[in-house]
Write a protein that binds this ligand. Structure first.
Ligand code: HEC
Ligand code: HEC
Ligand code: HEC
Ligand code: HEC
Ligand code: HEC
Ligand code: HEC
Ligand code: HEC
Ligand code: HEC
Ligand code: HEC
Ligand code: HEC
Ligand code: HEC
Length: 541
């Protein structure tokens, strides 16, 4: 695996005659011409030989190809991340040759064939500060000096087989990927001494197959990544965290890119400021890539319960509690953190504290909003046009931006941030003695008709009396999610009834705190509320 033999003959010609053939691809034409005649900012005061900074025909170090420099001995900090399969060790081979200038530890003019270092113009000794100075911390640079073989590609199906690499890309004789796999120190026709043009990410795509997206703004890897001195370290992102990388465009500064930054300053957010490489991928930390797979997300809207196109191929937890690589439904993505063992405290303390959100929305739940499966009740007269008892809803119909379309605004949708807790698309007051208004329960009234709820001739006849006159919030009686079958039952917990224990107390006479469903639009309650004992009180249509 060598570069074309032309170089060797060029070397011989040069060694014999002391001249360089001036081909356009020659090292003479780029910043690696460090001779006094070079055009870059870094060049010698007097020295007119070009190759000498790296090679010499005489007295060279024992390292091929006639290498003229000492090699650095520094211990480098190596690239690491949670998803890396290769485990690169200290730099080897040609990478050390590059680093003999680019890590900034050895004077540029220091060559084996001269006793004194070649003097550089402008007082420069080692690599000047700037993007070419990689330093000895390589943890923010593309990994190098590891075997890229079929075994590695077999472990990581997002890598192409090395046997399919285009001819420009070379691995060294140990099948290791080096600086020289992407760069050719002699040839600057593609800029940055790249072995091939990377304008359309061709170089990256020669080795990586991370998936495709039709989002125009995401076509180039360089939209989010940079191969060197990446602010994130792991994952080589253009900003310190995933969110900052995304928000650098999604902050109103880039035409067409929805402004998410505004939502992230609201009081209720997914805290997406976590480090880029959270320990484990399942919970604790959220980042944009907890819900959006950076490489496969697509534009366009989804339909409940299907996963949104904008989520792409993202991992989740199925309704049965197993890990899925590629979620089919939105709720699976939410369940991967909220499904089980969520340490988020219930917003409203209730008679039944669900132990698992999976069970709250399960088709076997006593009653639930139709997130996982269509609902259980075929008599829901309050549903507004567009909604039926066969409809399904997204978690994100209720949980998302208050300025997006679901909250009645024109901003971007999504479970990013809201002024309404807990991260609700619209207001939902849960305090006792809330004065009823279209806005106090705006969340429920987006799908349930306010007039129907407050009329005395449909479903619960006592709605108006309780909600308007007694100023009892919906949350005093209703659980917005659902009641698991193992925890509640169809007599006491139909119609999403699960009393809020901060508002509703047991009936002092019977000691019972109970709703009893006694038939369609009929029921009775044992409880005490606003000083009124129900021992029991009944309603019927
Ligand atoms: C900035 C450093 C640098 C300069 C200047 C430089 N080279 Fe090289 N050269 C390298 C490195 C690094 C390698 C080994 C990596 C490789 O094979 O690409 C190399 C390898 C070679 C090889 C061996 C290629 C092979 O296939 O084994 C030849 C021949 C060569 N250089 C010729 C030249 C000539 C002639 C010049 C002057 C016109 C020159 N080089 C200038 C860095 C340099
Ligand atoms: C003899 C020292 C030396 C060696 C060895 C060397 N470089 Fe450089 N390289 C330089 C200098 C000096 C610059 C210009 C820095 C500047 O302009 O600030 C440079 C610039 C670059 C650039 C930026 C080009 C541009 O258009 O701005 C790349 C890429 C690069 N080198 C890659 C390599 C790679 C890869 C190797 C090893 C194959 C290598 N270099 C070996 C000294 C060296
Ligand atoms: C996987 C491919 C790849 C590897 C491996 C790689 N580079 Fe680069 N390098 C690039 C690309 C692509 C660019 C151009 C970045 C741009 O356009 O902003 C670049 C740019 C550079 C630059 C110019 C400064 C900059 O950051 O843009 C230097 C210097 C450089 N590389 C040196 C090295 C050295 C030294 C090594 C080995 C330690 C190395 N590269 C390994 C792909 C690579
Ligand atoms: C010569 C082949 C090659 C080229 C070209 C290449 N890469 Fe890589 N890249 C690899 C290999 C192999 C790995 C190691 C993957 C692993 O072990 O999981 C890697 C690792 C990475 C990683 C770190 C992955 C992780 O799990 O932490 C990122 C990010 C990355 N490459 C981005 C890029 C970008 C962006 C480009 C284009 C500038 C690029 N690569 C060009 C082969 C290449
Ligand atoms: C819209 C932003 C974005 C674009 C465009 C993008 N990436 Fe990424 N990439 C990321 C983020 C963010 C991560 C961090 C991983 C995570 O949080 O899931 C990542 C991770 C990676 C990884 C390591 C994890 C993995 O999935 O294997 C590789 C390799 C990678 N990207 C390569 C590329 C390549 C190659 C391209 C161009 C074809 C590209 N990326 C385009 C944002 C992007
Ligand atoms: C370089 C700028 C840039 C970066 C960085 C960026 N985006 Fe985008 N994104 C855009 C643009 C522009 C669009 C508009 C649609 C298009 O271009 O097709 C877009 C569209 C989207 C869409 C599709 C919206 C729709 O339904 O039409 C999503 C989702 C998205 N971005 C999320 C992200 C995430 C998550 C990240 C970080 C991993 C990110 N973006 C990073 C520029 C960017
Ligand atoms: C990667 C894990 C993760 C994923 C995936 C996730 N969340 Fe969260 N969620 C959290 C964490 C952690 C919090 C606590 C706030 C914080 O620190 O981010 C939270 C907070 C919330 C809150 C506010 C609750 C409160 O009391 O603070 C709601 C509502 C919520 N998430 C809904 C969702 C929905 C809907 C989805 C799916 C679209 C989802 N989450 C996906 C981890 C996640
Ligand atoms: C019909 C609207 C609605 C749907 C659908 C919905 N939620 Fe909620 N959610 C609420 C309301 C309202 C609260 C406030 C607590 C209450 O009323 O008991 C809440 C509370 C929460 C909380 C805070 C913890 C708690 O229990 O109070 C989290 C986290 C949450 N929901 C996540 C989700 C996830 C994940 C989904 C989908 C699997 C989902 N929600 C579906 C309305 C909804
Ligand atoms: C995104 C639309 C949507 C929102 C917002 C919404 N609901 Fe519903 N709701 C539905 C649908 C659809 C059904 C029908 C389910 C069925 O047939 O069992 C339903 C059913 C109900 C039921 C009857 C459930 C049963 O099993 O008998 C109650 C009670 C209810 N919702 C209360 C509320 C409350 C309280 C709110 C505000 C926190 C709310 N809803 C917000 C869509 C919504
Ligand atoms: C908890 C899950 C979750 C997290 C974390 C998350 N999003 Fe979203 N995002 C969503 C949902 C849900 C949508 C709405 C999808 C739909 O309606 O099609 C969305 C939509 C979007 C859209 C399209 C908005 C529009 O209306 O065009 C963009 C852009 C976006 N998200 C970017 C981001 C960025 C940037 C981050 C990190 C700061 C992020 N998201 C974090 C869940 C999430
Ligand atoms: C005092 C307790 C209580 C309060 C407060 C209450 N509800 Fe109900 N609600 C019930 C009962 C009981 C039923 C069951 C009626 C039946 O089918 O027997 C019910 C049924 C419903 C239904 C399903 C039938 C229908 O009318 O479509 C919806 C939707 C509903 N309530 C929404 C709300 C909303 C929205 C609020 C707040 C604005 C609210 N409820 C406040 C007790 C209450």
């Amino acid at each position: 695996m060598n570069r074309p033999a032309g170089w060797r003959s060029a070397m011989l010609v040069w060694a014999a005659a002391g001249t360089v053939s001036a081909q356009p691809t020659s090292v003479v034409y780029g910043p690696h011409n460090l001779s006094a005649g070079g055009t870059g900012p870094v060049r010698a005061v007097m020295e007119d030989q070009v190759c000498i900074f790296c090679h010499t025909p005489h007295n060279a170090s024992p390292i091929k190809p006639l290498w003229n420099r000492a090699l650095p001995v520094e211990a480098y900090t190596i690239y690491r991340s949670n998803s890396l399969d290769a485990l690169p060790d200290q730099p080897t081979g040609t990478s050390k040759m590059c680093l003999s200038c680019h890590d900034g530890t050895i004077a540029l003019g220091s060559v084996v064939s001269r006793d004194m270092p070649i003097q550089m113009a402008g007082g420069i000794t080692t690599m000047p500060a700037g993007s070419s100075l990689l330093g000895t911390d390589l943890s923010d640079d593309h990994p190098i000096s590891f075997r890229y073989d079929s075994g590695l590609a077999a472990k990581d199906n997002k890598l192409r087989q090395p046997s399919s690499l285009p001819h420009q890309i070379l691995l060294d004789r140990n099948a290791e990927l080096q600086c020289t796999s992407c760069h050719d120190a002699h040839n600057n026709v593609n800029g940055n001494f790249l072995v091939m043009n990377n304008d359309q990410s061709q170089l990256c795509l020669s080795c990586h197959q991370v998936g495709t997206t039709s989002i125009t703004g995401h076509q180039q890897c360089s939209a989010c990544h940079q191969p060197h001195t990446a602010p994130s370290g792991p994952y080589l992102l253009r900003a310190a965290t995933v969110s900052q990388t995304c928000v650098s465009c999604h902050d109103g500064s880039v035409a067409g890119a929805a402004n998410i930054a505004g939502d992230l300053n609201k009081p209720w957010v997914h805290d997406t400021n976590s480090p880029v490489d959270p320990p484990g991928h399942m919970s604790e930390h959220t980042s944009c890539s907890s819900c959006h797979d950076p490489h496969t997300m697509q534009p366009g809207a989804g339909r409940a319960p299907s996963v949104h196109p904008s989520f792409g191929k993202i991992a989740g937890m199925s309704a049965s509690g197993s890990f899925v690589n590629n979620a089919s439904y939105e709720f699976e993505v939410c369940f991967k953190c909220h499904g089980m063992n969520s340490n988020i405290q219930p917003t409203v303390p209730r008679q039944i504290t669900a132990t698992s959100m999976l069970a709250q929305f399960s088709p076997s739940a006593v009653s639930s909003h139709p997130v996982e499966a269509p609902g259980h009740n075929n008599q829901v007269p309050s549903l507004k046009p567009g909604w039926t008892t066969g409809s399904m809803v997204y978690c994100s119909d209720c949980h998302g931006s208050d300025s997006g379309s679901k909250g009645g605004g024109s901003g971007p949708d999504g479970t990013h941030g809201s002024h309404n807790g807990p991260l609700l698309t619209a207001r939902y007051d849960t305090e006792d003695y809330t004065t009823e208004s279209a806005s106090a329960y705006a969340l429920c009234y987006t799908c349930h008709d306010r007039n129907s709820i407050l009329s005395e001739n449909s479903s619960f006849k006592g709605h108006r009396k309780h909600i308007v006159k007694e100023r009892t919030p919906c949350a005093a009686c209703h659980d917005a999610h659902g009641i698991p079958s193992g925890q509640g039952n169809s007599v006491n917990n139909s119609n999403l009834i699960n009393f809020a224990t901060g508002i509703v107390l047991p009936d002092p006479r019977t000691g019972r705190l109970e709703f009893r469903d006694t038939g369609m639009f009929r029921g009775e309650c044992f409880l005490s509320c606003h000083g009124k004992d129900h021992s029991p009180l009944k309603y019927e249509d």
